[in-house]
Ligand binder design. Sequence first.
Ligand code: ZN
Ligand code: ZN
Length: 337
Amino acid sequence: MTIPEEMVAMVLPETRRPLERRTVAVPTPGYGEVLLRITACGVCRTDLHLVDGELPDVPLPIIPGHQIVGTVVARGDGVPDLRQGTRIGVPWLGWTCGSCRYCLMGRENLCDQARFTGYTLNGGFAQYAVADQRYCFTLPDHYDDMAAAPLLCAGLIGYRSYRMCGDGLDRLGIYGFGAAAHIVAQIAVHQGRDVYAFTRSGDVAAQDFALSLGAVWAGGSNDRPPEELDAAIIFAPVGPLVPAALQAVRKGGTVVCGGIHMSDIPSFPYSILWGERSLVSVANLERRDAEELLAIAPEIPLRTEVEPFMLEDANEALSRLRDGRLTGAAVLRIGTE
Ligand SMILES: [Zn+2]
Ligand SMILES: [Zn+2]
């Protein structure tokens, strides 16, 4: 298998600028790393936050994309397990130090030195990428490359958010019905829970989409649901949804903020938090989230709704995501021709 010296990549040159199509060197795998030929890469709201300058300390220029599906085409030293030709997925968490207090307490998602795919490590909006093999996952055969990509962040962050919803979960609210929500909703419905979907008010397409996945109710984000919720997950990066969700959950209920960035949360009366309601955030993922989700996905089976784009159309995919004009998950289809 010949590996070319150069590849096409969509590169972020500066924040708040469009990605540029560039020809760059194919990276060489270092110790413990594999080189992937990429076939698909999901587009996530975090990519949008990166491009829009809402994440700190971006090492520019950088190649975004952290839901990578590809095939191993070369290995560095110290890679015993992954053979050439193996299909793998690369998620957001790209490396951790293993020695900081968070790593030692088993919370690698909070590692002080963590590196992130498509943020502090070059990502998958390109024909090739290198990745530390310890943070890669083999993917269930049930999914083709395009369908597997959204599992790697929308799925993983969604699953982690869902896990944090607490006990006694019968009624789950989901604010922002995009890529992560459409996966969480299927897991919750499969497990016999009632899903209440909150979208931008008047977004009938998103509400219909939620109902088609088994939600019992869909409405605007300012609507009160017909029943008190046991927990709510907020995927939309909209701070005013926090008090709205707190008002919708019962005593002892949990509100989970699933995104990496959110607009400011307006002040709210303590009474809507009182009653032992919890407000928590989800940061990154642990490898355990991936192992668990990738095991249950084909059993349910989770179906990922994908809107395909060519690699060169990454800017179009991002702008559609920004405007809320996507149903399900945008995924770049990447070839080497
Ligand atoms: Zn660490
Ligand atoms: Zn993501």
